[in-house]
Design a binder for this molecule. Structure first.
Ligand code: ATP
Ligand code: MG
Length: 364
């Protein structure tokens, strides 16, 4: 097992700057995800760690050793590729054994290691099956066994569940996480699926356009996003403009709409006359939860999905969304209703309207 450090890592392919100045420190045994939209540089980062690409700038360390110039086979890395591509003309056992044979290991030891690796991923006894005869989920686990069989220090997983249907994806993801915890192996997990990254990571990095926008625990990046773009990418969000009315020591008063003012902790440093506020819909409190003398909003639309009510609200010229759990004793809202609402100040992220970066240090 190893700690992995990337320092100022950059890679360009012709005109395309695939990644720029990436700094990451991933602890031994950590499950670390890289999350971002297509083309943001996730696979490139993994290929640099594995040694299949050479960086233009920057260094890579495993523990305290600079391995930037080491060839891939010396790095002791297990990788599951984006299109997990098993060799179709081989059996399951031959697929898993491939990396060991390439290392010139004795055949008895290979057999034992293959058996252990298949046991680990829940496919014991399937050595002799032709690989194409397995289901998608089973093939995925063969690819994982093939990566684990070399007993790597570091595991690199590039969208390893993307070929599975929704149910199998959740099941395989849970098994994968359990196995990773048991083996304590430092793992990089690449995905463009925010739910996948939030549910299973110890920490994650969010990439946009080859740059790292934020690193943190799932809770940190979800509740304290570094920019509007991160907040929008991680889940539903309302973004509303706010005009600063006054500043009073540690607090500011902002106007959101006619008759709707909020007092918020003042961001550090200078702020302009206008701000952008970000609020997750589930943070908006409605009706009895909003407290006494709360302002009122008009219900524009309600989508009821059994467990949750998604409500579109209007205050003056401003529209925003709220989501609340459905309770048996609670009257459903309907369009035209007027409903008291409140937004706790700690649930509000304050962004600079020019560059979309977070400027408040408060919150959770
Ligand atoms: N070998 C290459 N030659 C030229 N351009 C490349 C090469 N590899 C990657 N790129 C470009 O670098 C950028 C980052 O690619 P990368 O594969 O790292 O993205 P990604 O985040 O893995 O995307 P996806 O989610 O679609 O897999 C893209 O613009 C891509 O087209
Ligand atoms: Mg990719």
């Amino acid at each position: 097992m190893a700690r992995v450090v990337l320092r100022q890592l950059s890679k360009r392919f012709g005109e395309v700057q695939a990644i720029r100045d990436i700094d990451l420190e991933v602890e031994e045994g950590e499950f670390f995800s890289i999350l971002g939209p297509s083309g943001c540089g996730k696979t490139t980062t993994l290929r640099l760690i594995a040694g299949f690409e050479t960086p233009d700038h920057g260094r890579i360390f495993f523990d305290d050793t600079d391995i930037t110039d080491w060839p891939p086979q010396k790095r002791n890395i297990g990788m599951v590729f984006q299109n997990y591509a098993l060799f179709p003309h081989m059996t399951v056992g031959e697929n898993v054994a491939f990396g060991l044979e390439a290392r010139g290991m004795e055949s008895e030891e290979i057999l034992q290691r293959v058996r252990r690796a298949l046991e680990m991923v829940g496919l014991a006894g399937l050595e002799k099956r032709p690989a194409p005869q397995l289901s998608g989920g089973q093939q995925q686990r063969v690819a994982l066994a093939r990566a684990l069989v070399i007993e790597p220090k570091i595991l690199l997983l590039d969208e390893p569940l993307s070929n599975l249907d929704a149910r199998l994806r959740v099941e395989t993801r849970e098994q994968l996480r359990e196995l990773q915890r048991k083996l304590g192996i430092t793992t990089f997990y690449v995905t463009h699926d925010q739910e996948e990254a939030l549910t299973q990571s110890d920490r994650l990095a969010i990439f946009f356009d080859g740059e790292c926008a934020q690193i943190g625990t799932p809770h940190e990046v979800y509740t304290r996003p570094a920019s509007e773009r991160v907040m929008a990418f991680l889940g539903q969000a309302n973004f509303v403009p706010a005009a600063v009315q006054s500043r009073d020591g540690g607090e500011i008063t902002v106007r959101l709409a006619d008759g709707w003012f909020l007092r918020l902790p003042a961001p550090d440093g200078d702020i302009g006359p206008s701000l952008r506020l970000g609020v997750r819909p589930h943070e908006v409190l409605l009706a009895g939860e909003a407290g006494t003398d709360a302002p009122q909003a008009r219900v524009v639309d309600v989508v009821y999905n059994g467990a949750m009510e998604e409500v579109r609200l209007r205050v003056g010229e401003l529209e925003f969304r709220a989501v609340r759990p459905v309770r048996a004793g609670q009257a459903p809202l309907k369009p035209g209703d007027r409903v008291p609402f409140a937004i706790p100040s700690e649930a509000i992220s304050i962004f600079d309207p020019e560059d979309g970066c977070r400027i408040d240090s408060g919150g959770r």
